[in-house]
Ligand binder design. Sequence first.
Ligand code: GDP
Ligand code: MG
Length: 757
Amino acid sequence: MKTAALLGNPNCGKTTLFNALTGSTAHVGNWPGVTVDKKTGTYKKLKEEIEIVDLPGIYSLSPYTPEEVISRNFILDENPDVVINIIDATNLERNLYLTTQLLEINVPVVIALNMTDIIKKNGDKIDAKILEQKLGVPVVEISALRGDGIDELMRITLEESYRTREGKTLFEDKQLLHLITDVKIAFEGKGVNNPLFHSVKLVENDEIEVKDHSDLLTIVSKYKEIINDEIFGDDFEALIADARYKYIEKEFGNVVSVSAKSSNGETKSSRIDKVLTHRIWGLPIFIAIMFLIFHFTFSEDLFFMGKMGLSIENEGWVNFFTGMGYEGEALEGIPSIGVFLQSWMGWLTGQFIAGFQWICSGFQEFGDVAANAASSTWYGSLICDGVLTGLDAVCSFIPQIMLLFLFIAIMEDTGYMARIAFILDRAFRKFGLSGKAFIPMLTGFGCSVPAIMATRTIENDVEKNRTIRLMTCFSCGAKAPIWALLAAVAVACGFGYADIFVFSIYIGGIALAVILAILMRVFSKDKYVSPFIMELPQYHLPQPKNVGAHLWEKLKHYVYKAATILTASLIVIWFLNTFGFENGSFCMVEEIEHSLIGYIGMGLKYLFYPCGWAINSDGWKFAAASVTGLVAKEDVVGTMAILFNGGAEDTLAESITSLSAAGIYSFAIFNLLTFPCMAAIATAKSEQTKKEFLKTLGFWFGVSYGMSSLVYWVGTLYEVSIVGGILVTLAIIGLVVFASFLVMKKDKFTFKTKSSS
Ligand code: GDP
Ligand code: MG
């Protein structure tokens, strides 16, 4: 089987092409840094299969970041049969910079000229023939997004994979070329593969090359004494880069002929960006969009009817359209699509459990009788009160979570998510948070594991460690059921609105990350903020294929997780909940407080006293649920279902009545910020040194414990005295503002001392 590697700049469409070629559903991220490791798949439409390798996006073959090292080493050391160099045709000259380096390696190359659909739409023209002549390799026009031209691309790729190609340089500076040729001969003498590539890199003073071939440095330095450029002096890296760009501009400056329509710079994307990334309105618009998303997913009152005092008799078809959960009650509003689906899902899983109870009871009367009978045998209790009750609680939130993921997938696919990183970078760079850190953090809305892996793109270790620590502020998908449940509890207790509750958790998390970053900077000596250069991809309508594939992956993952790790942990939790010590012997217990989990929870409860949610008589249940959340975050909900509900008729949210509003928030904050699940903890461990990892663990626990307590006590103060609450809140805001002021001042000071030295 032949191997073809996909190489190109970040955001040129590699992953889109990879997915189109292999039918894979690798995640298409609309920002650099999402493909950190290489991925492989197979193209099967030709008589011979071709293995496709998706490499991290890079701008040059001189490694500065870990991703660049992966891509460079793959091409030099793994000897792919052919490299497909993807070029974003709307950004031709910058993309060709990498091409001029790639062509110096002895490997067949095919150029995939991507995004030609945009070129056509803008009314521009591109002359692929000139490219082909000058570069000396085949050029195929494609649109990875629409699948145009990709079969032709692969046909030519297979042909090329049987050829060999000698590397060549593409720039014209005579002195440099002379030097490079001499060094190349020396490399050939040493029997090194790809002598031309190594020779150019050595002349460029490339770090890896200088280390590996220090013996050849004398030749280079002898020559270098002769050449001394007026502009670049003896910076040979800059000299060669300049030579490459000059060549590209001279030869390829006219390959794309720009029509009048796009030459005045007013593409549709730039018009949309004028609004969405507006200096002042960008951030409020983002917040408003987030609110709408949570409103559509979690609101019980989509059109604010309840607030206007309208209500509807909930009968017949109204009942059907508003979900089963509302049967028999007058409606205070029309539920959002998320709540509607959730109440149907809850009804469905409820019927499912009732069926099992009926079977386990030996086909007694359906309903309460069957439920009681099922609970009386150990197997009936295991299946109905343990596994099914837990899974019911976790799975009934599937529709809402899928809806949330749908919105996130749309934001990513259209190109808006990349703008969010840009907006956040602009707003918070002064406080030491760069967009480089926000990209992994925003990935964290999906899952912390790939998000923590994506911090590899941050070169600065202090910033990388900080980003990993702040990751828990960004609520991952597995925590969403906890918010959905707590929101329902808040509504059932009459404290508030579900959508606002969940919205405040997400936005509050981002705000907290910023505040913590500021505080961490006050106490840190390191002032470095990574530069953030990102190209914003053009907006396009969400592609049902991309979005659908993404959702399908999530759903599969969720169901798989429920069937494996969640079921297994629910069995353990059921066991701990059912067995214990009563009357001096180990047995199935009557009183839940005497169960094993009861003892564990009672012990832990005191540890969490300051956080507030552990104070009441049910406090031990919350403590136990938080601990099981370490295995998987969905277990928090599963555990609460078993401990609170145990086969009772009323819904879970209604049986949790022991928390105050402050308690609900404080419990949510604790679970948001505390240790993530095992998988994420293990990922952090592998990304950090031992010392930093231990600090991270301490940070997660300390911050969650501290913030949870703070929220509880300030919240309780509000319940007692609003004035007191406001005063304390103002004091806290004052502290944060003071800290930000310190950070800005500190940075200015260091900047001054640096520039004056
Ligand atoms: P990668 O960083 O190189 O892996 O790039 P991605 O595959 O993640 O694509 C970056 C963005 O470009 C995504 O929003 C894609 O939907 C978009 N994109 C990729 N190929 C095309 C194309 O041929 N036409 C258009 N209009 N957009 C594309
Ligand atoms: Mg990619």
